[in-house]
Design a protein around this ligand. Structure first.
Ligand code: SF4
Length: 273
């Protein structure tokens, strides 16, 4: 923001609609305004006029995913695969030669982890994250999977099924999540238990009995070692239908809780679409 401010006249004339040049610089930095909206910038440098926003949320996600990608390059993928329930494959030239295959190496050492995130197959290679044999461009998929790999959670399930609010510093998330996500499932499948079961089946959910008190429970794997239960209660004369998503309390060893919240929201989006 300071770098942007230094390029402005600093007269605080207010013609851009902001009270000060500093306020204008802040909005340019947040991608809410463009440099060209200051009428005096033309006199300074033509190049600045076409300057793209410096910080946007998407740029931020890209930056985080790139940093994690670099970190994962230093991770022992074989050890990580064992710790996170992924499948390790050695595709180095030596290994492929031994296996009598002609396929190419996929990078330093040729180690690859194959894993599923919400039923979609991914490969973590030294060159990055791949989906359907193509470089995955989605920053959030990269952030979640790289974080999962680098943490190497490696702890057993506790059998303690908890909602998002169980984890520290999630009070605000948990309320918003209840309102935005779980309620969406409850509303969509209110008085439609067969529709709910059908959707669970389509997404490879497995019906579970007796773990939690609910009218219907279905188990999913968000990531190989991050299982989730969708618990559903049908409406009665007093209460409308409701839904809760529970994860095993070991989840925090495997994934940052911010990312877990995002992954749960993502699940709901896919589930109700
Ligand atoms: S119009 Fe330009 S010089 Fe005037 S306050 Fe806005 S940024 Fe500053």
């Amino acid at each position: 923001m300071i770098e942007i401010y230094k390029k402005l006249p600093g007269t605080n004339c207010g013609e851009c609609g902001e009270f000060t040049c500093m306020a204008f610089a802040l909005k340019v930095n947040n991608a809410q305004r463009k440099m060209s909206e200051c009428p005096y910038i033309k006199c300074i440098d033509e190049k600045i006029l076409t300057q793209e926003p410096i910080v946007t949320m998407e740029n931020n996600y890209k930056r985080v995913s790139n940093e994690l990608e670099e970190e994962v390059k230093r991770v022992d993928l074989k050890e990580a695969a064992d710790a996170i329930g992924g499948n390790y494959e050695d595709r180095s030239p030596e290994a492929t030669l031994l296996a009598g295959s002609g396929s190419d190496s996929v990078g330093n050492g040729g180690g690859v982890i194959r894993l599923k995130m919400m039923n979609k197959e991914y490969e973590v290679r030294n060159e990055g994250l791949f989906k359907d044999n193509q470089h995955c461009q989605d920053s959030w998929s990269k952030i979640i999977i790289y974080d999962y790999v680098r943490r190497k959670g490696n702890i057993p399930l506790t059998g303690d099924w908890v909602s998002l609010g169980h984890f520290p510093n999630t009070a605000s998330h948990s309320k918003a999540f209840q309102k935005k996500a779980e309620t969406r499932i409850a509303e969509k499948f209110d008085s439609n238990m067969s529709g709910l079961k059908e959707r669970c089946k389509e997404l490879e959910g497995v019906e579970v009995h007796g773990k939690i008190k609910a009218d219907y429970i279905c188990g999913f794997k968000l990531l190989p070692r991050v299982p989730m239960y969708l618990c559903f209660w049908e409406a009665d004369e007093e209460f409308p239908a409701s839904c809760k998503l529970h994860v095993d309390s070991s989840a925090e060893a495997y994934i940052d809780i911010e990312y877990l919240a995002y992954l749960l929201e993502w699940f709901v989006k896919v589930f109700v679409e």
